[in-house]
Design a protein around this ligand. Structure first.
Ligand code: ATP
Length: 513
């Protein structure tokens, strides 16, 4: 199946099975804003729990907070967001569509990458077993030509983004012959800067209202609480503060479903450390975060790091964790070494000292910060894309199955009475009533067993149990595995242990240590 089709199917599946709905659906939606349905909210909560527990439970030097969305407006002046949280935008005069100039150019770079990979794939097919990929990449003139074009563009883009030089960005778009995907023309406007923060008014105008912003990242709530937490928690460096919460960005081009939203949720952890140790911590957090992603079992080949060419105004090193979505490798998480920029700025703008007194060296200094920042919604999308499967079965039928990592699945166990009589529903309900205290267990009696299995496959339920007439005598049930479809007979008394062992968040967390 073409990757574009896979993505369309994932989006449709999300709506059909109660994972994600467009916001304000009966009013035809609101651009790039989405709601999570009955299954989506469970999956989302499980992702958040996996993250939170991996940070706060597994590290004795990381604690959590929950700061307000509204913050003093000077915070955004201090952080640089009022002046520099911009994207370069460009319009196509014919389609009247607006694009991010940097994204148009990055897509063009990705096209060269695709061409290179296609050349290699063709050669692999041609040469068969004797194919020496490394040698081919190093010697093929066609590959060399594409690599040279890609590198030249990359260098030019990198330089243009440093300023950024808006005229040069436009010139690159013209020189590369990039066309608007809607109108197909090159009739581009100038490139302009656009600030991504939403603002609103606080207080009535009679008292003199104040312009405030909806936070574009949760990190600043951590920075301005750093000293509160350090003092009240008697924290010693190095230590981290974690937070999960909503963030808002007035994205110019909101597309690709929940990949780029205007209201979204972030899971951020700011790790405060001694100046000079930040690069070691940066490397350490890169490794820890990659392990967290890969523990989900989607395959190491579907992840990669992408180091930033253009560092944000606050960073001295930055990388993205990318996941292979149906539309290519895309950022899911950012890991940034933010230096002491934010804390120093808040010290300057608030006039309050937020230095750390180091009892070991008897010095006071502003700590350095390494941040890990991941979007819950983007993570959700990567999990859905990685899990969606259409399978051809041996009996000629096909099924759609969401091979979600068991620990993240909205429902862990579905209990199905074989028939709606003879005391089987009562027995099934008894099992549900016992297990629902431990994990999300549901009861389903409508339709044939086959149809019920398909419905559970489609929402990613890792296990189903069938209660049959024998159950009434032997207190055993048939446990069916979603992925292998194998069935085993197990005692009802063992169910809790089996499910917790195989698909609890704890079982996933154990892979991290
Ligand atoms: P991008 O380059 O895709 O705009 P970014 O580099 O600006 O992302 P960060 O500021 O590093 O993103 O934010 C950290 C994480 O927050 C991202 O890795 C992503 O998972 C998530 N995120 C950022 N913007 C959005 C958005 N508009 N919608 C959904 N998630 C987002």
């Amino acid at each position: 199946m073409a990757q574009e089709d896979v993505f369309k199917k994932v989006v449709a599946h999300c709506k059909e099975y109660g994972f994600v709905f467009p916001s304000s659906d009966i009013y035809d939606g609101l651009g790039a804003v989405y709601d999570y349905g009955q299954n989506g909210v469970e999956l989302k909560n499980n992702i958040k729990q996996y993250w939170w527990q991996s940070m706060v439970l597994l590290h004795d030097n990381i604690v959590g907070i929950d700061s307000a969305i509204f913050m003093h407006p000077t915070i955004w002046k201090a952080s640089g967001h009022v002046d520099a949280f911009n994207d370069p935008l460009i319009d196509n005069r014919d389609s009247k569509k607006r694009y991010r100039a940097d994204v148009l150019i990055e897509d063009q770079i990705a096209k060269y990458d695709e061409k290179i990979e296609k050349e290699v794939a063709k050669a692999r097919k041609r040469f068969g077993d004797s194919f020496d990929e490394e040698k081919y990449r190093a010697t093929s003139p066609r590959v060399a030509e594409e690599v040279a074009k890609r590198e030249a563009l990359h260098e030019r883009y990198k330089a243009a983004m440093q300023g950024p030089d808006l005229e040069e960005l436009r010139q690159i778009i013209l020189d590369e012959g990039i066309v608007c995907p809607i109108s197909g023309t090159r009739n581009w406007t100038e490139v302009r800067q656009f600030n991504l923060m939403f603002s609103t008014e606080m207080g009535s105008t009679a008292d003199g209202s104040m312009k405030i912003y909806l936070r574009p990242e949760t990190a600043q709530g951590i920075f301005v609480n750093y000293l509160n937490v350090q003092k009240t928690g008697r924290m010693k460096l190095p230590f981290g503060i974690a937070q999960i919460g909503k963030a808002f960005r007035n994205e110019i081009v909101a597309r690709q479903f929940i990949f780029r939203m205007r209201e979204f949720e972030q899971m951020e952890m700011q790790f405060f450390c001694k100046p000079g140790t930040e690069m070691d911590w940066f490397r350490n957090w890169k490794a820890q975060r990659m392990k967290w992603h890969q523990a989900l079992g989607f395959g190491a080949e579907n992840y990669r790091f992408h180091d930033h060419d253009k560092l944000a105004h606050y960073a001295n090193a930055a990388t993205d964790v990318e996941f292979l979505m149906p539309f290519g490798f895309k950022e899911v998480e950012g890991i940034h070494s933010r230096t002491n920029f934010d804390l120093s700025q808040h010290e300057k703008f608030s006039g309050k000292s937020i230095k750390y007194f180091d009892p070991e060296t008897n010095e006071s200094y502003v700590p350095y910060v390494v941040e890990t920042s991941i979007g819950v919604d983007r993570m959700f999308l990567s999990v859905m894309c990685g899990s969606y499967c259409e399978e051809q079965l041996e009996n000629g039928e096909s099924r759609v199955v969401l091979k979600l990592p068991g620990a993240l699945a909205p429902v862990k166990l579905a209990v199905l009475p074989l028939v709606k009589k003879d005391g089987l529903p009562e027995k099934a309900r008894e099992i549900v009533n016992d297990l629902k205290f431990h994990f999300n267990t549901i009861y389903e009696e409508k339709d044939s067993i086959g149809k019920r299995y398909r419905r559970q496959d489609a929402i990613g339920t890792p296990y189903c149990v069938t209660v049959d007439h024998d159950t009434l005598n032997d207190n055993c049930v048939t446990l069916r595995n979603r992925d292998t479809m194998e069935q085993e007979r197990v005692a009802i008394s063992e169910l809790r242990g089996i499910i917790e062992d195989r698909v609890s968040i704890t079982s996933l967390l154990k892979k991290l240590i």
